[in-house]
Design a protein around this ligand. Structure first.
Ligand code: ADP
Length: 467
């Protein structure tokens, strides 16, 4: 389902009846959706009528006991399908809630498979409740009864960051955009419904910024709009530009395995008199751990110091961090013997305790025994006024093992040369860190949830030859 009220009903109706809510990512390939549904042993499917064409493609590969269709368009359903509204009418009104232990499963999500196969994560009632409580804090989303909340992140990905549960818990108004996720539709909804908090991945905000700059002054957010943003890192340039329009990005980091909120990028009170540049530098980091979340960075030498310099793999633990993948014992090595989850993200922690992601381990560029952070180069490039998007990947190199190639998408109507971009980066990076090549492209392939799909990009540029 898209984000709408029937989906929200399912978020509560399924767990309240003792079931497990398993959201399916409609943007995945039908064969992958079928694999995920089968792996999870899903029994019933609730699906929007507009999404039946997807179901038709996976029907022969799955074995649902019942398929219940939401009449989203209001049109009659094709024959043979059970209508969701008729199904609800069969309720007798004398329902008794099952007594459930707080550690029982309530929901399940699969990772979006950016760097490998999708894996299932089960959430307990306890995990979701604690996650929801913390999400109400100003240090996290700051969702209270007076908030008007628009999740532009899909309810089929990491439970829309838990927002449906948090908003319902405090009685905040939820604004659900259905399938209309383009910038203009979202802006229209934000203005009309007086949204105070809107959540989305950076791509959503990149689109919104472009729409705002196309028609300056058309839309205004006099009371400001809070925009928690994660999934991938919002570039510093985006945070700065949106501030000018009254949209305040708060950086979040999390994973399907962390329910998902693990860090938030708030400034500390002691930073209030810091320069704007220093504040933006902090806000572009992934942030401080949420209450009850512990983090450490580990490399071959042991636990890395909080010096903001020493990278290693980020490990986390806490009451809403998964302890296993569902039915997947072969992946148990993602947990240390003492129960920390190995995130696969390479990070540093600074003396203030802020997390900064350097890369995903599979995306790091290993050049002559040194690591080059693709993320740092991308963020810097995306701060160039002519650049809309940039992704940096490793290309095999005979002498250095790997060297960085930057794939760049320019803003409409702009032209730029490799030299110009390299000179721009040279003010901030050591010479050996600069990309050896720049490829200009129309777009960068993305995953179903808006992350750069570097696996695909590496395939696309597999034939790239250094001069
Ligand atoms: P998948 O692991 O398949 O991509 P998830 O949606 O669970 O599925 O993604 C979690 C990953 O997304 C993290 O491990 C991290 O690499 C990336 N990520 C999430 N938030 C951020 C962020 N704020 N900045 C950079 N990367 C992020």
């Amino acid at each position: 389902m898209w984000n709408h009220s029937s989906h929200l009903e399912a978020y509560f109706g399924i767990p309240a009846s003792g079931g497990v809510l398993h959201t399916l990512n409609l943007r995945l390939h039908p064969a992958e959706i079928a694999y995920i549904a089968n792996h999870a042993a899903d029994r019933f499917l609730i699906v929007d009528d507009v999404l039946l064409p997807i179901y038709e493609q996976l029907k022969s590969k799955t074995n649902f006991e019942r398929v219940i269709v939401v009449p989203f368009t209001g049109n009659p359903l094709p024959v043979g399908y059970e209508n969701y509204e008729d199904f609800l009418k069969t309720a007798a009104g004398n329902f008794t809630y099952p007594g459930l232990d707080e550690n029982e499963a309530v929901a399940m999500c699969f990772t979006s498979g950016t760097t490998g196969n999708s894996k299932g994560v089960l959430y307990s009632h306890r995990a979701l409740i604690l996650h929801s409580l913390v999400s109400t804090l100003d240090e996290a989303f700051g969702i209270n009864h007076h908030a008007v909340v628009l999740p532009a992140c899909p309810m089929f990905h990491a439970n829309a960051w838990g927002i449906p549960f948090t908003a319902a818990m405090v009685g905040a108004k939820l604004v659900l955009p259905g399938p209309h996720l383009d910038a203009e539709s979202l802006l229209e909804l934000i203005e009309r419904e007086k949204v105070s908090i809107a959540l989305g991945v950076p791509t959503v905000w990149i689109g919104i910024l472009a729409a705002l700059e196309k028609h300056p002054g058309r839309r205004k957010f006099p009371s400001g709009l809070s925009a928690p943003c994660g999934g991938t890192a919002p570039p510093e340039g985006l945070i700065r530009s949106l501030d000018k329009h009254g949209i305040h990005i708060t950086h979040l980091w999390g994973m399907t395995e962390t329910t998902p909120i693990a860090t938030t990028g708030q400034l500390k009170s002691t930073m209030s008199d810091w320069s704007d540049d220093k504040k933006y530098e902090v806000r572009a980091k992934q942030g401080l751990p949420a209450p009850f979340i512990e983090m450490r960075v580990r490399n071959e030498e042991g636990i890395a110091p909080w010096d903001g310099l020493t990278p290693g793999e980020l490990e986390v633990r806490g009451p809403w961090v998964a302890s296993a993948y569902y039915n997947s014992p072969e992946n148990q090595d993602r947990w240390t013997p003492d129960g920390w989850f190995k995130t696969g993200d390479i990070a540093t922690l600074d003396p203030e305790g802020y997390l900064k992601l350097v890369d995903r381990s599979k995306d790091l560029i290993k050049s002559g025994g040194e690591w080059i952070s693709s993320v740092d180069l991308e963020n810097a490039l995306m701060g160039h006024p002519k650049v809309r998007e940039a992704a940096v990947i490793a290309i095999p190199h005979s002498k250095w093992q790997e060297r960085p190639l930057a794939v760049v998408v320019l803003n409409d109507g702009e032209a730029a040369t490799s030299e110009e971009l390299r000179d721009f980066l040279a003010t901030r990076f050591a010479k050996w860190q600069l990309p050896d090549g720049f490829a200009f492209a129309k777009e960068i392939p993305r995953t179903s949830v808006g992350k750069f799909l570097k696996m695909r990009l590496r395939e696309q540029y597999a034939d790239w030859r250094w001069e």
